[in-house]
Write a protein that binds this ligand. Structure first.
Ligand SMILES: NC(=O)C1=CN([C@@H]2O[C@H](COP(=O)(O)OP(=O)(O)OC[C@H]3O[C@@H](n4cnc5c(N)ncnc54)[C@H](OP(=O)(O)O)[C@@H]3O)[C@@H](O)[C@H]2O)C=CC1
Ligand SMILES: O=C(O)C1=N[C@H](C(=O)O)C[C@H](O)C1
Length: 536
């Protein structure tokens, strides 16, 4: 047994053709007898099984899952390094590698072999007993490899971004298609293999630089589904590679749910958050609808996001435009980042058209907003903050308030929030957190929250970095006991908007999934999405 204890590595493998799923659980670094008797480890395995089953159900792959548990000998860290380096060399030959991969991945035997040659850079699921040293080693190696890969791709004139690549195939796809690449990042080799399978017939297009594949092909992370709608040139390419277009279609219609290729409309894409969300959505393979609705008489502009030219339509023309858009994109999900004054009327418009939506905009009449959505029974996510860790903090505060109501009775609080000077309302996040403090016994009203909007004060007093004066959210809550002998301070400071944009994409994908499943519950907040494990 290694000094750091055994490692659990669980790999979920969907076998689409046979509509079944297998979970492979490897226990490395432990002797069979010991690991069987190790309760923590067994719990980790059970947990991995449970998560795999949930994932299978969520993805609609199969109701059945076969589980095998194998006990392997421990490896030295030197082995790991060597294997990682081999992996790197093979990464750079990703194209031929991908062919090997498909052949070897046909059986568990093959998968075993493949995994020995391609140790995962990240565990799909890892139990509490996971060996942190080994993971740190792997991480270091991967980071090194990632930057070298980026360098190489720069030389080839290919944009891959700075994130690391988890599998040769992911790298292969990265090299040709940024959107797909982004979806692949973070996937483990076995999931990447699914992608390889999906794209096997069109991979040549990816590698030879055909732009056709970049059209509306898309994949997304939620549920590990890879949904693709290759454009006809890809079909043609596949045909010329020896497969008929119909065989490609048959394979896809069996394996994919095309509704997972989620089209989103971002209102208003010309705003700061709207733009950030549209950019993040494209990077994660969603389909950006080339129309956005803005306020009355504010339309007539075009905003270019990635390679999509979005026409911004004034509210006065929204009826006719939406007729067209909904016909063309029946699975459309709307994202709203507009202004507090527009929240209620926009929500009414969406529900009147049965449009599922994610409302990130703060302010307006929140009770009325909830009532509108509940009454209409439209699928929606409504939350004042979409940032994963902020949502977790919010959830923690709610839990504390629910468990210890009145625990801070008698305490006083000062709450201050600083945002870019264009922000017109009080932080919706602060209002939600204050709600929890109220339940904890504090006598504090939301209109007591202090707002800082003056850039000079933001720099000098709040210590906002100057480059983020146009996009920051700094919050501090300071609590004191009646005799001032005890003080608590909670602070969350965010620079930029990417944390919210990523969370918004999670929310869109979550909603798409719920719609696809026909979920009875229609209205969600971000805490619920986080609880379901649907935030990246
Ligand atoms: N939930 C979350 O995680 C987050 C929420 N937010 C919230 O998102 C909202 C938007 O913030 P931000 O992007 O910074 O603001 P911006 O002012 O940059 O963007 C608002 C956009 O909405 C447009 N607009 C104005 N009126 C309407 C209307 N009636 N219908 C549709 N669009 C309209 C504006 O157009 P024009 O410019 O022409 O006036 C502008 O493009 C705020 O409420 C903010 O608090 C922000 C960050 C994170
Ligand atoms: O307007 C913003 O910027 C932000 N708005 C949200 C809020 O009001 O809580 C979230 C975050 O504070 C950024």
């Amino acid at each position: 047994m290694s000094g750091d204890g055994p490692t659990v590595t669980a790999i979920l493998d969907y076998i689409y053709g046979r509509q079944e799923a297998k979970l492979k659980v490897d226990v490395e670094g432990g002797k069979e007898e010991e690991t069987r008797a190790n309760q923590g480890l067994q719990m980790a395995i059970t947990e991995a099984k449970g998560r795999a089953e949930r994932r299978c159900r969520r993805d609609g792959v199969t109701d059945e899952i076969r589980v095998t548990v194998s006990y392997l000998e421990a490896e030295t860290s030197t082995d790991t390094v060597e294997r990682e380096q081999r992996h790197f060399h093979r990464d750079t030959e990703a194209e031929s590698e991908a062919s090997d991969l498909e052949a070897t991945a046909q059986s568990w035997q093959g998968l075993d072999q493949w995994r020995r040659d391609h140790p995962p850079t990240e565990l799909v699921e890892s139990g509490p007993e996971a060996n942190s040293r080994q993971r740190r080693d792997q991480h270091r190696q991967t980071e090194k490899r990632g930057s070298r890969l980026s360098e190489e791709n720069k030389n080839k004139g290919v944009e891959t971004g700075t994130r690391r690549h988890s599998a040769p195939l992911a790298h292969g796809l990265c090299a040709r298609n940024k959107r797909i690449a982004d979806c692949c990042l973070g996937y483990t080799p076995c999931v990447a293999r699914q992608l390889r399978t999906r794209w096997s017939l069109s991979e040549t297009s990816l590698w030879t630089g055909e732009r056709s594949i970049q059209g509306r092909g898309s994949c997304h992370h939620a549920g590990n589904l890879f949904s693709a709608k290759p454009l006809s040139p890809v079909m043609a390419k596949a045909s010329s590679a020896g497969a008929t277009a119909s065989s490609v279609e048959t394979q896809q219609s069996k394996s994919f749910d095309l509704s997972a290729s989620v089209p989103i409309m971002v209102n208003d894409v010309s705003g700061k958050m709207g733009n950030a969300v549209a950019t993040a959505a494209l990077a994660r393979g969603l389909q950006l609808v080339p129309f956005a609705i803005t306020g009355p008489k504010l339309g007539g502009r075009h905003v270019i996001v990635g390679d999509v030219d979005v026409e911004v339509i004034g509210a006065e023309d929204r009826l006719s435009v939406m007729d067209k858009v909904q016909e063309q994109y029946p699975n459309l999900i709307v994202v709203d980042y507009t202004l507090p004054a527009a929240v209620n009327s926009n929500a009414e418009f969406y529900v009147s058209r049965g449009l599922p939506f994610v409302m990130g905009t703060t302010g307006g009449d929140r009770d009325k907003l909830m009532e509108t959505v509940r009454k209409a029974g439209t699928y929606a996510v409504i939350a004042p903050n979409m940032g994963k860790q902020l949502v977790a903090f919010q959830a923690a505060m709610e839990i504390m308030a629910a468990n210890f109501p009145g625990a801070f009775a008698g305490y006083t609080m000062k709450a201050v929030e600083s945002h870019q000077k264009t922000k017109v309302d009080t932080s919706g996040t602060a209002k939600a957190i204050v709600g929890s403090f109220q339940r904890l016994g504090l006598d504090f009203a939301v209109d007591e929250i202090e707002l800082v909007r003056d850039p000079k004060e933001q720099v000098e007093r709040m210590h906002v970095p100057e480059e983020y004066l146009d996009g920051h959210a700094f919050h501090t809550y300071r609590l004191e006991s009646p005799d001032k002998s005890v003080a608590f301070e909670f602070q969350h400071n965010v620079c930029g908007r990417s944390i919210y944009a990523e969370g918004t994409v999670d929310a869109v994908l979550f909603l798409a999934k719920k719609i696809q499943e026909g979920a009875e519950k229609k209205l969600y907040n971000m805490v619920e999405i986080l609880q379901e494990g649907s935030m990246r």
